[in-house]
Design a protein around this ligand. Structure first.
Ligand code: PMP
Length: 420
C-alpha cells in the first residue's frame, strides 16, 4: 500500500523534497507528517480536496475540527471579504471583536467574559496562567493521553517540550484515583485541565460521573476546573458543557469558532476574568498582535450566527452519532479488529476490538492496521487523519457519507485476511 501511494504521487514527493531543503522534515505541523511522505494538498472546494497530483478526496478530516464549514464556505468568505474591504491590521479595537465576544458569551453557558488568542494552545496556556494567578497556587492536574496544544501534550510518544508548569498527570476516566490525587494536592492545586471527550487522545468520551467528580472535588479543593472545548465546542447547542449541564470555571475555545481562520479564546466566570480589566489595579497583562485580527473576528461572527447555529450544531451531532454506529456495524459484520469511538461528529477508528474507555486501552491498537486503512481509503478518494481521526464537516452530505461507507466496506472485505 505504501509503494502504491508513493508511485501515484510524484508531484507530492517533489514538493516534499523541495520543502525539506528549507524546513526540517519539510514540515511545520508535526501532526500532518506521515510516511512514506505526506500528502500535499493543492486545492479545496466544499467537501472535496485535491492533491498536488490531481487526486480528489472527500475530506473527512475537516482540518482537525477547524474545517467545520467545508472549504471556502460562501457565507464565511463574504465575511472575510467584508473585513478585507474595511482594511486589515488596523492596530486598534475594531468593529468586530465585541460582537464576536457577545455571540460567544450568548452561546456558551459557562462563559460570562471572554478574551481572544491566536490558537487553542495559547488559550490553554492563558487559562492555566489565569488559574495560577487567581488561586495563587502552582500545581496543574492534567490527564495521561491528553492533548491541549504542542506545549501541553501528555501522550506517550516523543520527547515532551511542555510549558514548565508543575504538572500532576492523572488517569483519565479513573474517578477514584483522580479524586485521591486532587485531595492529596488540595492546598497547592491551581486547576484541573481536561477535555469532556479526549479528542486527539483518541476520541474517548469522559464518563459523566468522572466529570461530576472533577467539578465537586476542584470546588472543594478551591481549585479551578478548566474545560478545554477547543474540539468539543461543536457538540450540541452549547458545547460539551452545555450538553452535560456542567459549569466549569474556565473554558477554552479554538478551531471552528474563528470561521476557519486562526483562533483561540479563553473565558469563564466574570470574577476570574476581571483580573484582565486594564482599569483594575494590579491587572494581569494579556497581549497578542493578532488577538483581535479582523479576519478571524468577522469570519467567527458569520460562523456562529449564520452557518453553525445551535440548531445546525444539534443536527450535525446526530448525523455524527449515526455515522459512527454505521462504521461499527461495518466492522462488526466483517468481524475485523477495527472499531470507532467518539461522540457526535468527532470519531476515531482504532485498530483493535473491545471497548475504549481510557487512553490506556489504546495500547492494544495496532498502528499498522490503521495505516493500511488510511492508505486504502486515500486510494479510493477518502481523506482522514493518519491516526484514524474523522471530524465531519457541514459539507459532507448524505450521498458522500454513503460513498464513504461503501468504500470502507470494500476495504474491509479486500483486506479481511489482515484485518480479521
Ligand atoms: N486543545 C485541544 C483539545 C486540541 O485538540 C487542540 C488542537 N488539536 C488544541 C488544544 C490546540 O489548538 P491549536 O492547534 O489551535 O493551538
Amino acid at each position: 500500500a505504501r509503494s502504491r501511494y508513493a508511485e501515484r504521487r510524484p508531484k507530492s514527493l517533489a514538493v516534499h523534497q523541495r520543502a525539506c531543503e528549507v524546513m526540517p522534515g519539510g514540515n511545520t505541523r508535526t501532526v500532518l507528517y506521515h510516511g512514506p511522505f505526506p500528502l500535499r494538498l493543492a486545492h479545496g472546494e466544499g467537501a472535496v480536496a485535491t492533491d498536488a497530483d490531481g487526486h480528489r478526496y472527500l475530506n473527512l478530516l475537516g482540518e482537525y475540527t477547524a474545517g467545520l464549514f467545508g472549504h471556502s464556505h460562501p457565507v464565511i468568505r463574504a465575511a472575510i471579504d467584508a473585513a478585507l474591504d474595511g482594511g486589515v491590521n488596523l492596530g486598534g479595537h475594531n468593529m468586530f471583536e465585541a460582537e464576536l465576544a457577545r455571540h460567544v458569551v450568548a452561546r456558551f453557558t459557562a462563559i460570562e467574559r471572554v478574551r481572544f488568542t491566536n490558537s487553542g494552545t495559547e488559550a490553554n496556556l492563558m487559562a492555566i496562567a489565569t488559574a495560577r494567578a487567581f488561586t495563587k497556587r502552582s500545581k496543574v492536574l492534567v490527564f495521561r493521553g491528553g492533548y491541549h496544544g504542542g506545549l501541553l501534550y501528555f501522550g506517550g510518544g516523543g520527547i515532551p517540550i511542555n510549558a514548565p508548569y508543575d504538572f500532576i498527570v492523572a488517569p483519565y476516566n479513573d474517578t477514584d484515583a483522580t479524586a485521591r490525587l486532587i485531595r492529596e494536592n488540595a492546598s497547592d492545586l491551581a486547576c484541573v485541565l481536561t477535555e469532556a471527550m479526549m479528542g486527539s487522545g483518541g476520541c474517548i468520551p469522559a464518563r459523566p460521573a468522572f466529570l461530576a467528580m472533577l467539578r465537586e472535588e476542584t470546588h472543594a479543593a478551591g481549585a479551578l476546573l478548566i474545560l478545554d472545548e477547543v474540539m468539543t465546542s461543536r457538540f450540541g447547542r452549547s458545547g460539551a458543557h452545555g450538553l452535560l449541564g456542567l459549569r466549569p470555571d474556565l473554558v477554552t475555545l479554538g478551531k471552528w469558532i474563528g470561521g476557519g481562520m486562526s483562533f483561540g479564546a479563553f473565558g469563564g466566570r466574570a470574577e476570574i476574568m476581571a483580573m484582565y480589566d486594564p482599569e483594575r489595579p494590579g491587572s494581569l497583562p494579556h497581549a497578542g498582535t493578532f488577538n483581535n485580527n479582523v479576519l478571524s473576528m468577522s469570519a467567527g461572527i458569520a460562523a456562529l450566527t449564520q452557518v453553525f447555529t445551535p440548531e445546525i450544531a444539534e443536527a450535525l451531532h446526530a448525523r455524527g452519532e449515526r455515522l459512527r454506529e454505521r462504521l461499527n456495524e461495518v466492522f462488526r459484520k466483517a468481524d475485523v479488529a477495527l472499531q470507532a469511538s467518539g461522540q457526535g461528529s468527532l470519531m476515531n477508528i482504532h485498530g483493535f476490538r473491545g471497548p475504549v474507555s481510557t487512553p490506556d486501552d489504546l495500547a492494544a491498537s495496532d498502528d499498522r492496521l490503521k495505516e493500511l486503512v488510511f492508505l486504502d481509503l486515500l486510494e479510493r478518494g477518502f481523506y482522514l487523519a493518519r491516526r484514524g481521526f474523522i471530524a465531519l464537516s457541514l459539507a459532507v452530505d448524505d450521498a458522500a457519507t454513503e460513498q464513504f461507507l461503501t468504500a470502507l466496506q470494500d476495504v474491509v472485505t479486500e483486506r479481511r485476511h489482515v484485518l480479521a
